[in-house]
Design a protein around this ligand. Structure first.
Ligand code: PLP
Length: 407
């Protein structure tokens, strides 16, 4: 999408608004598929948490993808989008046995990441095959909060606990049909990924009944010019070759699975905001927009970088701005950014707004969550309406207490 398209969307649908370029999602999906084309059986489970709008899930269904889910609600969304439960994997962390049983009853592939629940689930449902999430203890990922495979992480079953895991499998008579890892997001070095994969192969060889190995995700996408990203083609080449060799040794053509979120949707998204105020202080010029961390929390949550462009004055003289929101706490989207000259009323577009942006939005400050637009072939389709006061009040219950006051 170019600057004109983005301005047109903001004019038609108002601001703030999220817009996703469907073609970009399709091309990323196809890129991933072709990187692993040499694998006999490939399954791409799109990580629903990244962007969970039902129309996005339907698009992935059309592309042939499965889904990676972390809650029973995400599973139900996927089913509502018409995705075959057999193509959905459920990888929760710290949820109750009851929720896992509820999801299993829907026919979805269960992935269990702790021995306590594994033992309880296996004892009650030995006939339901499960995948196990292994923690390979590899430090990967761009930020401590998204780096989940290291030794002190709460995720996965430690590789040092495999003997205990095997004992549980034997004692309960359950079947492990998949092995999984997810070491973290924003992995720069494919060497680290391949190293963790070796640990996974070693572990997989200890299970007799596997159907698939799921290598999770963590593929890094670029956020600014010159940014390093995961070399997916090289990873595809090297990992597929190694996987095919493993399958030969294992004696079975397993499925190679991944569950990317960011890689598939991050770059498709733009968050469009309008500049409410340009405010000069003694040290900077603030561009204050009609949004805040209620709509886009990633910069404040874990310091993510989103390129910000003035799409209504793209050729203007470059000046330095601090782009901030309207929340009554510090909510800086970008500090000291060079942006084409900004005047009040201009539309600023935030890039990489497809993954973990709308899906983390809230009603903080009782603001409406923005509309979402899907852009395809030059046309915009509303896939979520902007909220209204009814949405803010929905589920609120008015109670008037009869307070006894001393006069
Ligand atoms: C288990 C699991 N799989 C997949 C993903 C998707 O990761 P990414 O968006 O970095 O591709 C995540 C992200 O948190 C995850 O926790």
């Amino acid at each position: 999408m170019n600057a004109q398209d983005l301005v047109a969307v903001a004019q038609e649908h108002g601001s703030p608004v999220y817009v996703y370029d469907a073609q970009r999602i399709i091309s990323q999906y196809e890129r991933l598929e072709s990187a692993f084309a040499k694998a006999k059986n490939l399954r791409i489970h799109y990580a629903v948490k990244a962007l969970s709008n039902i129309s996005i899930l339907k698009l992935f269904k059309q592309l042939g993808a499965g889904l990676d889910t972390v809650s029973v609600q995400e599973v139900k969304l996927g089913l509502a989008a018409g995705v075959d439960p057999k193509k959905i994997i459920y990888t929760p962390n710290g949820v109750s046995l009851e929720e896992i049983e509820q999801v299993a009853a829907l026919g979805v592939q269960i992935n269990i990441d702790n021995l306590s629940i594994l033992e309880q689930f296996g004892s009650k449902h030995p006939d339901v095959p499960v995948c196990v999430r292994i923690n390979p203890h590899v430090m990967a990922g761009g930020n401590a909060n998204i780096s989940v495979g290291h030794i002190d992480s709460k995720f996965g079953i430690s590789i040092h606990q495999i003997p205990h895991l095997l004992r549980i499998v034997k004692n309960t008579g359950m079947r492990v049909n998949g092995i999984h890892m997810h070491t973290g997001s924003d992995i720069l070095d494919i060497g680290v990924f391949l190293y963790a994969s070796e640990i996974l192969f070693e572990t997989a060889a200890k299970f007799d009944d596997l159907e698939f190995i799921d290598f999770g995700s963590g593929f890094k996408v670029p956020y600014k010019e010159g940014d390093v990203s995961t070399d997916i083609e090289e990873l595809g080449e090297q990992l597929t070759e190694r996987f095919n060799t493993f399958c030969k040794e294992y004696g079975k053509d397993l499925t190679i699975a991944f569950e990317p979120g960011k890689f598939l949707v991050s770059e498709s998204g733009y968050f469009l905001t309008k500049v409410n105020v340009v405010k000069q202080t003694t040290s900077t010029v603030f561009a204050g927009v009609d949004s805040g961390f209620n709509h886009l929390i990633r910069p404040m949550l874990y310091g993510s970088y989103h390129k910000i462009e003035n799409v209504s004055n793209p050729d203007g003289r470059k000046r330095y701005y601090s782009v901030v929101g309207y929340i009554c706490e510090t909510d800086t989207f970008g500090n000291n950014r060079q942006i084409a000259e900004v005047t009040e009323g201009d539309i600023l577009a935030f890039s990489n707004a497809g993954a973990y942006c709308f899906s983390m939005a809230s009603n903080y400050n009782s603001r409406y969550r923005p509309a979402e637009i899907l852009w395809y072939n030059g046309e915009s389709h509303v896939i979520r309406k902007r909220e209204t006061m009814d949405d803010i009040l929905r589920n609120q219950v008015e109670v008037s207490l009869s307070i006894e006051q001393e006069v």
